[in-house]
Design a protein around this ligand. Structure first.
Ligand code: HEM
Length: 265
């Protein structure tokens, strides 16, 4: 990251940047003494590391959990494959414009993020003395918010520990009863895979799009076989993003003519 920042600085100094990218803009702001926004190099480095780590680690961990849950729930896997076959077919690769027509796919991703939020704990600092649910919180206290526990609260979620994408389908018995597009915004405090408020995840839309399209393509193009077992071991491992303790190993068996489908696209 230091190398990338210095390269940008040298290129800016030598007038080599014809089109400014996000880092150029932030570096200029950091050097502008008159700017209201005070940015240090460390801030810029932190922001880009957040973006890179957030966009890769959390999304790939969520994708692994989604596939693992589907492998352990063959009925849900079949239902998803049928939805994709009926809506998209096998002659072209699923694409982003198909996602609005794939409600079960969206429900599978929501249910995966409910059970396996890839950032299970978030932190806040209290700016003033306040009370939450009658508990006094002193100014400057650090608060840890347990998104993992919230998403599995049995007072809100029926069969909270079970993988049941149907709970997110409109008209199904949906204990939080939110419209589809509202679920991810963190406004409902029962379902907060991306946190909420002004520090809520800015990558939520990008992450859900990537998860939808990648999972859909994996399910459209392949049958999956678990390595050496009937069921995937769903034990949770240690780590900030709660990865699988035993990384998912499974074999793809092609169900489409890959060269045809990829050439058409
Ligand atoms: C499944 C994927 C992802 C999950 C579950 C996730 C979840 C979260 C959560 C829970 C937070 C803390 C929110 C809060 O404190 O209220 C967060 C923050 C953040 N996320 Fe994500 N995220 C994901 C993907 C991404 C992607 C793809 C990006 C960027 C391209 C991203 C960028 C960030 C950044 C920059 C922050 C810090 C925001 C701030 O402190 O103001 N995340 N994410």
């Amino acid at each position: 990251m230091d190398g990338i920042i210095s390269k940008h600085e040298i290129d800016i100094r030598d007038g080599k940047r014809e089109r400014m990218d996000m880092m150029d803009i932030l570096l200029r702001i950091s050097e502008d003494k008159t700017s209201d926004l005070k940015l240090t190099k460390a801030d810029i480095k932190g922001l880009f590391l957040d973006l890179f780590l957030g966009s890769t680690e959390e999304t790939s961990v969520a994708l692994q959990w989604a596939l693992a849950e589907l492998l352990n729930h063959p009925k849900a896997l079949k239902k998803l494959q049928d939805e994709i076959d009926t809506t998209v077919g096998l002659k072209r690769l699923v694409e982003e414009s198909d996602i609005p027509n794939l409600p079960y796919l969206r429900a599978v991703i929501k249910e995966t993020l409910r059970l396996h939020p890839s950032l299970p704990l978030v932190f806040r600092k209290c700016r003033e003395d306040s009370k939450i649910n009658g508990f006094p919180i002193a100014k400057n206290s650090r608060i840890a918010i347990n998104l993992y526990a919230t998403n599995r609260d049995p007072k809100v979620w029926e069969d909270a520990a079970e993988f049941e994408p149907e709970r997110f389908l409109i008209n199904a018995i949906n204990t939080i009863g939110l419209a589809d597009e509202e679920d991810m915004k963190g406004q409902n405090f029962s379902y907060v895979p991306f946190g909420g408020g002004r520090r809520g995840c800015p990558g939520a839309n990008l992450a859900t799009s990537a998860l939808h399209i990648t999972l859909a393509a994996l399910i459209q193009c392949f049958h999956w076989k678990i390595k050496g077992a009937e069921k995937v071991n769903m034990e949770e491992g240690a780590g900030f993003s709660v990865p699988m303790a035993h990384p998912l190993v499974c074999y793809p068996i092609s169900r489409v003519n890959l060269s045809d489908i990829l050439l058409i696209n």
